[in-house]
Design a protein around this ligand. Structure first.
Ligand SMILES: Cc1cc2nc3c(=O)[nH]c(=O)nc-3n(C[C@H](O)[C@H](O)[C@H](O)COP(=O)(O)OP(=O)(O)OC[C@H]3O[C@@H](n4cnc5c(N)ncnc54)[C@H](O)[C@@H]3O)c2cc1C
Length: 452
């Protein structure tokens, strides 16, 4: 028996390790345009201690370790670019403690957002977390490792800002805790200890998040969605400025897409509203539509697209039907809201040039402090030419984002490189020092954020 396989088997048991091609194959793929990359081993640990032992073994054997959550990042971020161990964290999915009074929940990082939502709906329906629009299999740890955002983006910002504590297995195998949980068993705050959080946005290349304390927020009894429709992209930032000033919405998303044809060139601002009573909901609706946005509607510059409908998430995965063959990938960027018209026009232009129906989406973050803007490119997995077009459109968009002064979100390796090329030297050197200090053998998700 392969000696490393035998050691992994001793750690997790024979049902949870494989070096067989049929299993390695399923882990060699990503949903986006990335080429397949094969791991040498797939391991699914159950505990933090098992993760720690696997990482120590990887250091001894000089093997890469790639953490994997739901594998839904689309940008190839959890592909084993340099082989080694694919560490599937989905068995680490326990919900450990719900603290209703102090509004947080402690859970293992391999738990999915779908599981958390179902748990909260059943056990404490008056509390919610910020759920990304990703498929429900997306994990808590994977979403934090890439600075995800969810349906409480307005007013609370990034999901990675909504944590009260973390447990991380460092690339050395040591287990560290951050926040009040470093002092004892209370997971209610990340601050005010000196800030040592070096794990968000690194795509698993500085450590493996194993436990998280997530903030919970009031969940009102009635949730509805209204939509305002505009045909003038230049007006969108002004409307969003007003909406974020009123502060009545929970989530504000602007979608524009070529298909179906009646949506083409229009901007649908989806506004999620919540209230414990109809009176509360109507008060918020009136403030938005009758007081602050009524002039746009009266002047014919905007119209009400929908009112009081059930919350619908924009289904960007639908775009995968548009070229047949089920493929799509998107560039996400964090940009100022004032960039919306430029971002939208780039989407129409680049998609048109690559024969892909355009889809753009912006989600407001914080009180209008920035926006996550995405450009989605569909391709047919069975047609290499369409994959090439999508890949080129993605790379062109990565470059355009930097030209516009934006920042790439969860960039693929191509985007990571151009970000680091543009980064000021002192910051890049600090990134190098952090990476080398934490991961001297370069085993953690190598190929991603390669700072040297
Ligand atoms: C249709 C669709 C819609 C989406 N909408 C959103 C959205 O609204 N908001 C949003 O934020 N994202 C969205 N996404 C992107 C992505 O799916 C999510 O961010 C998702 O939460 C990523 O989690 P995951 O478990 O799939 O991570 P993975 O893809 O498994 O991993 C992502 C990265 O994190 C690393 N990683 C995974 N787990 C850990 C861990 N425990 N510790 C350290 N590193 C780890 C991996 O190595 C990889 O580099 C969407 C994706 C799709 C397909």
């Amino acid at each position: 028996m392969d000696a490393i396989y035998k050691k992994l088997l001793d750690i997790v048991g024979e049902d949870y390790v494989s070096n067989q091609n049929e299993e390695l194959f399923t882990y060699s793929k990503d949903l986006g345009t990335s080429d397949p990359k094969w791991p040498d081993y797939v391991v699914a640990p159950k505990t933090t201690e098992e993760v720690s032992r696997i990482v120590k073994l990887a250091n001894e054997e000089n093997l890469a370790v790639v953490p994997l959550g739901g594998g839904l990042s689309l940008a190839g971020l959890a592909l084993p670019l340099k082989g080694g161990i694919e560490l599937d964290l989905k068995r680490m999915d326990q919900i450990l403690e719900l603290n209703e009074q102090d509004r947080y929940i402690i859970l293992e990082a391999g738990a999915s957002h779908g599981k958390l939502t179902a748990y909260l709906e059943k056990n404490t329906p008056h509390l919610k977390h910020s759920e990304p629009g990703a498929p429900p299999a997306a994990t808590i740890g994977g979403n934090l490792a890439i600075h995800g955002q969810g349906d409480l983006g307005h007013p609370y910002g990034f999901n990675s800002d909504m944590i009260n504590g973390l447990e991380v297995v460092l690339p050395s195998g040591e287990i560290c805790r951050f926040g009040s949980c470093a002092l004892g068993n209370d997971w209610y705050t990340m601050h005010p200890l000196p800030d040592l959080n070096m794990f968000m946005g690194w795509s698993g290349s500085t450590g493996i998040i194993t436990k998280v304390s997530l903030r919970l927020f009031p969940c009102k009894k009635i949730q509805e969605q209204d939509a305002l429709v505009l045909d003038d992209a230049d007006l969108v930032p002004e409307v969003l400025f007003k909406l974020t000033h009123i502060g009545m919405a929970e989530d504000i998303i602007v979608v524009s897409q070529e298909i179906p044809p009646p949506f083409n060139r229009l901007h649908y601002i989806l506004i999620n509203l919540a209230g414990d009573t109809n009176l509360e909901l109507e008060f918020k609706r009136q403030l938005i539509f009758d007081t602050h946005l009524s002039s746009y509607i009266q002047e014919g510059r905007a119209g009400i697209g929908a009112s009081g409908q059930d919350i619908q998430r924009p289904v960007v995965s639908k775009t995968s039907d548009w070229r047949k063959g089920g493929g799509f990938e998107y560039v996400g960027a964090i940009v100022p809201i004032s960039s919306y018209p430029k971002c939208y026009r780039h989407g129409v232009e680049v998609s048109g040039r690559h024969h892909i129906p355009y889809t753009t989406l912006g989600r407001v973050l914080g009180t209008g402090h920035s926006m996550m803007f995405s450009w989605t490119f569909a391709f047919n997995r069975a047609d290499e030419e369409t994959v090439r077009h999508a890949r080129e459109a993605l790379h062109e968009t990565d470059k355009e984002v930097l030209k516009m002064g934006g920042t790439l979100w969860k960039p693929a390796v191509f985007g990571q490189k151009i970000l680091m090329d543009q980064m000021d030297c002192a910051t890049l050197q600090l990134m190098q020092k952090v990476k080398h200090m934490l991961d001297p053998n370069g085993i953690m998700n190598p190929g991603n954020w390669e700072v040297s």
